[in-house]
Design a protein around this ligand. Sequence first.
Ligand code: ADP
Ligand code: ADP
Length: 216
Amino acid sequence: MSVLQALEIHHTFGNTEVLKGVSLQLNPGEVVALTGPSGSGKSTLLHLLAGLERPTLGKVMWGTAQVSTLKGTPLDRLRNQHIGLVFQQHYLLSDLTVLHNALVPSWIQAKHEQQEALELLARVGLSHRLQHYPSQLSGGERQRVALVRAVLNRPSVILADEPTGNLDQHNTQEVMHLLLELARERGSGVLLVTHDEPLASRADRILHLLDGVLVS
Ligand code: ADP
Ligand code: ADP
């Protein structure tokens, strides 16, 4: 069964239909790259798949849950269980430390989650930064914290929107390597929006979004 599904999604801003009947599915553990020119609707699609916005028409499913039937706290909880998000901007909270930022999605802050966050932060080379604040980190370090936060709950899906868009070549390689390695280990499917052809070619499958229509 697929971990993520879009069924005939249409989305309109004002008079402009940005998505024109998009359907896709992501299988457990699968890595899919989503490419397409600027303005083709990639970020909009990712927001809808993350349940951050509702499609004008059509359905989004996380496993067997139909996302558009939920809102508020139940939707946020379900998102935390199913979906890990990584954006181009790290969206770390500036007044929380690295460790506390990593723990943000775990609403039950059990001991084992602390332990797991510590292990993951060590994996991404940030053991010496646990008590630092985001403003004290480099771009690559911030994105590695965002990555730990995204995978901590073992989500069935990781949605990543140009996660390395602000990073140099070296940090891009490192963050992508960690993203794919952690996703594989934890069995998460990945939908990766990227302009980067070499990155896209490492995916199991590539989808192109052209003017609101998906072509594979
Ligand atoms: P991409 O990620 O492929 O660059 P986007 O999903 O960001 O594309 O944008 C697709 C189109 O939708 C663009 O024409 C953009 O200007 C428009 N758009 C995106 N978000 C909004 C919004 N909140 N309000 C109005 N138009 C929007
Ligand atoms: P990167 O190669 O990841 O972009 P930088 O060259 O930006 O790294 O930073 C190198 C080191 O300096 C990093 O370990 C980072 O934590 C530290 N650093 C960067 N900016 C600051 C800052 N404003 N305050 C404290 N340390 C910083």
